[in-house]
Design a protein around this ligand. Structure first.
Ligand code: DON
Length: 587
């Protein structure tokens, strides 16, 4: 486009910028835009866009940097989910690169004398599932990227060598996992520093964490691809470290690891097409069901913070989490009646069961389907909520200048995963085994109850809450309008649902949509969580009067979102103000 041709666009851009600035909204970008939980990851993504890379190059560069600077959230020893939209073909593909249970895993591996052993599925070698992140990131690049792995991994390698500074978030996370990290000398050496007594402890703010071993591992991956991780010295070190510490990972497990590419889950919300993550995510189904119920219960829209409307939202969420507990598991192992669960008839039935006047007790929804899997759910399950400093995971959203989009959520599960580092490699391994129902019907680390379909089996993928989601423009169902996702364990789906509703129903700009207060219910425990930005006292009282038991929680989640305005083609990005991330883009 010549300079003259750009004038009207510039004038429009300026006008929008002024309006946006006056409203205190996010700034617009004419090129690609990115949101991640770490400034260096967003910067790396932006660099890829500037080098001519696309949304996938940017997202993968950010994911590798996240593995270096946010070891408490995600890493090459973890796994995740991505939705990738290719603007040219208008096709959206899903990549499931989540961890799988090792071959030696078995249903009761975390029980001793029939009782769950605390910590066994979250801390140490026995909690490690077969990692999928490296296979996933490289497959994304190979299938959809434009740049070479060496270019995309360069920022991560540099940061691993040069180091990054300890932030308040790092300290919070390391405090929560200090005891666990101390159990592994290699993890303690890398992520803690000796205190005056010589005990490995949480490093001070500004302390430089350098990871030369990880830099070497990333260098090998950049040169030789995923085989540098799944075979050879890195794989040998992972297997030996885990085995020596009493875990199950074998070379056979690593060799057998394969990603999966299921079709995305699809729904429509107030005229917007939505694509989200299918099982083994339970999050996408919750997004589909809750939005479906809200659309039916409130055809005219969702008034903001109106108690009647919030009550319907909470009741819809409660019911979606019941279905999760009853039916969901890895579809390669259990029959998930997905078609029925997403059908308008089923969603109408769920919505029809909601009493607009009062809260349904979760216990009353436990009546098992005759002979069905819910018969294993226990009425006294919960309450249990994870401590914030133990929660983790991270989300990356990118929409590039051409409209290609990525929503990727990736994790090592608990903060610092299993706290086990494969000796000499810098690879911090996940504790994703905890996302299985170690004892079907009994809550996991996130207080989540899952049933028999999510019982442990060798080679199975544990059920996840991660819900990377793409919302399309009303005007054009092939054009991505919003890429969004969040960490937060069990709270991930409700964080995503509220961000979408804030944009679609309230017309909020993406910064406000991500920052607004949140409410969460997950059926068990039977409590309504309200974050400190959530609700005014009168609204809380109105909800209490309907029978909701309210628990005030400081905050949760870390939504990362990019919005592309269908009318102006300008992009806006937003990183959750609750955390330390950064949203950026190309002018
Ligand atoms: O896949 C899952 O649902 C969990 N492993 C995610 C953990 C998480 O988000 C912790 N968050 N703050």
């Amino acid at each position: 486009m010549g300079a003259a041709g750009r004038q009207p666009f510039r004038a429009l851009g300026l006008a929008v910028l002024l309006v946006a600035t006056q409203a205190g909204a996010a700034r617009p970008y004419r090129g690609g835009a990115v949101a991640t939980a770490y400034p260096p990851a967003s910067e790396a993504a932006l660099q890829m866009l500037e080098k001519g890379g696309n949304a996938v190059d940017a997202a993968v560069a950010a994911a590798f940097v996240a593995a270096v600077v946010g070891p408490y959230h995600s890493g090459v020893g973890g796994g995740g989910f991505a939705l990738v939209h290719d603007a040219k073909s208008a096709v959206t593909q899903v990549l499931d690169f989540r961890e799988v249970a090792p071959k030696g895993a078995s249903r009761d591996m975390y029980l001793r004398d029939g009782a769950l052993v605390p910590g066994l599925s979250t801390d140490g070698a026995l909690s490690v599932a077969v990692p999928g992140a490296v296979a996933g990131y490289l497959e994304l690049l190979a299938k959809h990227g434009k740049l070479k792995p060496a270019v995309v991994l360069a920022p991560a390698i540099r940061l691993a060598k040069q180091g990054f500074w300890v932030t308040p978030k790092y300290q919070q996370m390391a405090t929560g996992r200090a005891e666990c990290l101390r159990q592994d000398p290699e993890a303690a050496r890398i992520f803690l520093v000796p205190n005056a007594q010589g005990t490995p402890d949480v490093p001070p703010l500004g302390h430089l964490i350098q990871q030369p071993d990880l830099a070497r591992t990333l260098g090998l991956i950049a040169r030789s691809g995923a085989k540098a991780f799944y075979a050879g010295p890195v794989a040998q070190a992972m297997v030996k470290t885990v085995k020596d510490a009493g875990g199950l990972l074998t070379q056979e497990d690593l060799t057998a690891y394969k990603t999966r590419s299921p079709a995305p889950l699809e729904t429509t919300y107030r005229g917007h097409r939505i694509l989200t993550m299918p099982p083994p995510s339970a999050g996408g189904l919750a997004v589909v069901q809750v939005l479906g119920m809200l659309q039916q219960l409130r055809p005219q829209g969702v008034p903001y913070r109106d108690p009647e409307s919030l009550h319907l939202y909470v009741e819809a969420v409660r019911r979606a989490y019941v279905d999760r507990a009853k039916y969901l598991g890895d579809p390669a192992f259990v029959q998930v009646p997905l078609e029925r669960l997403t059908s308008p008839g089923h969603i109408a039935d769920l919505a029809g069961g909601i009493d607009p006047k009062k809260a349904t007790s979760s216990a009353s929804l436990l009546a098992p389907v005759t002979g069905g899997p819910a018969s294993t759910l226990k009425k006294d399950a919960g309450p249990l909520t994870p401590e914030p400093e133990k929660k983790n995971t991270t989300h990356i959203s990118v929409i590039d200048k051409d409209g290609n989009a990525v929503a990727m959520t990736t994790t090592v599960n608990y903060s610092f995963g299993s706290c086990v580092v494969a000796k000499g490699t810098g690879v911090l391994l996940n504790d994703q085994m905890d996302d299985f129902a170690a004892q079907p019907g009994v809550p996991n680390a996130y207080g989540l109850v899952t049933g028999e379909p999510n019982a442990i089996q060798a080679g199975k993928v544990p059920l996840s809450s991660m819900s990377p989601t793409l919302v399309f423009a009303k005007e054009d169902p092939k054009r991505v309008m919003l890429a969004v996702g969040s960490p937060g364990g069990s709270t991930i789906p409700t964080t995503v649902i509220q961000a979408i509703s804030n944009v679609v129903d309230q017309g909020m700009d993406v910064t406000r949509a991500v920052g607004a207060g949140r409410l969460h219910h997950q059926y068990l425990p039977d409590e309504l969580w309200v974050d400190k930005w959530g609700l005014e006292p009168a609204t809380l009282s109105a909800l209490e009067a309907k029978g909701h038991k309210i628990r005030r929680v400081d905050g949760w989640g870390d939504a990362e979102a990019v919005y592309s305005d269908p009318r102006t083609d300008l992009r806006y990005s937003s990183s959750d103000p609750r955390n330390e991330g950064a949203a950026t883009g190309q002018d």
